[in-house]
Design a protein around this ligand. Structure first.
Ligand code: AMP
Length: 379
């Protein structure tokens, strides 16, 4: 079976959110067709796809029906059960990234153990299964430390910061309400950044420019590119991300989130085997976007040039900026250097990612100032 799927082929997308939507929009421009698998009909991705299958991820018949009409299958979120991925690939089309990559990335314990086994720097950690083990881990790692669920939560959900060695560990453990947790030493980072790596079936790999990420309430607020980091740190970030992608043997995208602990000193926070929110800037600011690159990588096409065209800031638009109906976009759109992206997701709940905007300017300082001033008017 050929590893290459030329334009005209049908790509299956497991998951129907905005990451799928933007991947499909990029792939459609190249002539690919798309079929979405998603429990709910008419979602953000399905709206721009050729067809969709709506069922749960444990419905084998529906997964087969979906897979049989696809040449190659990818995903837009990593929490697809292994059995579902196996059902799809047994029906014919390869799933990229494959089940092994997903298996590691969908569980924090496996992810940390993978990093450790491959000598990739990350925060010191302990796996805990009880309040007693939690107390012991806090003793060993010191405070502050962070208790996280082993199974992913995302955007900081299911995380508790432990600040005292005589904390009420029984209550904290009960509050997590999960059989297994991972306790991480607190990392006094100077900055957070991420690198998105694309890797084809032949091992060819390419990175996007390093993004500096600012979080609010554990959710990405803005990405600044170029990151305000020195050359040593930028090089170390790219090298580390490439090492992770190689070690895990991903086909497709791997977003690697990093903590910057000093000049040239970076450690891995976590990784996601899919397009990533911190790469949205690339749609407007790079010669090839992360979404086009995702399609190129999983279809086995040569990868595109990821050169940054202009300094840029991407700002997330959460449901919180919808007050009484849609926000007034007129000021934002009045600046010719601003691009607005909305995902057409319907109900704007607080914390829900509804869209983003990108500001492109001649200097990063100007882009940050404009982005922050425009955002301040929306809240
Ligand atoms: P996560 O969902 O694990 O990426 O965590 C969300 C955010 O919490 C990160 O982006 C950091 O800002 C913060 N955080 C998570 N783990 C740690 C840690 N071990 N030390 C310091 N800050 C952390």
């Amino acid at each position: 079976m050929s590893d290459i799927y030329q334009p005209g082929a049908t790509i299956g997308m497991l998951g129907g959110g905005q990451l799928g939507r933007m991947s499909i929009l990029a792939g459609r421009a190249m002539g690919y067709r798309f079929r979405v698998f998603e429990p709910k009909a008419g979602g953000a991705a399905a709206m721009v796809a050729d067809s969709e299958v709506n069922s749960t991820y444990d419905d084998e018949a529906a997964l087969k029906e979906f897979a049989e009409a696809c040449d190659v299958v990818t995903l837009e979120f990593e929490n697809v059960a292994r059995e579902a991925v196996d059902t799809v690939s047994n029906a014919g089309p390869p799933v990229r990234p494959g089940a092994n990559v997903l298996h590691i990335c969908q569980n924090r314990r496996r992810e940390k153990e993978f990093l450790k086994a491959n000598d990739i720097p990350c925060a010191a950690f302990r796996v805990v299964a009880s309040a007693e083990e939690l107390a012991q881990a806090a003793q060993e790692l010191g405070v502050p430390c962070v208790l996280k669920t082993a199974d992913f939560g995302y955007d900081g959900k299911g995380q508790v910061k432990i600040t005292e060695l005589d904390a009420d560990f029984a209550a904290i453990w009960q509050g997590l309400d999960m059989p297994l947790g991972v306790v991480e030493a607190w990392v006094p980072f100077e900055a957070e950044c991420s690198v998105i790596v694309a890797r084809g079936p032949d091992g060819q790999a390419s990175c996007f420019p390093v993004a500096e990420n600012i979080h609010r309430n554990h959710i990405l607020h803005e990405s600044i590119v170029p990151a305000r980091l020195d050359e040593l740190t930028l090089t170390a970030s790219v090298e580390l991300a490439l090492r992770v992608a190689e070690a895990i043997d991903v086909v497709g995208l791997l977003a690697v989130e990093l903590f910057v602990c000093g000049s040239g000193k970076v450690i891995v926070n976590e990784m996601a085997p899919r397009p990533h929110n911190s790469g949205h800037y690339s749609i407007d600011a790079c010669q090839t976007s992360q979404f086009e690159q995702h399609i190129r990588a999983i279809t086995g096409l040569p990868l595109g040039n990821t050169r940054l065209l202009r300094p840029t800031v991407m700002v997330n638009l959460l449901g919180d900026v919808w007050h009484d109906g849609d926000p007034d976009w007129s000021e934002l759109l009045a600046d010719p250097d601003v691009k607005l992206h909305l995902y057409d997701k319907g109900e704007p709940r607080p914390g829900r990612k509804m869209g983003h905007f990108t500001v492109l300017k001649d200097t990063i300082e100007e882009a940050i100032a404009t982005a922050d001033a425009l955002f301040a008017k929306l809240i």
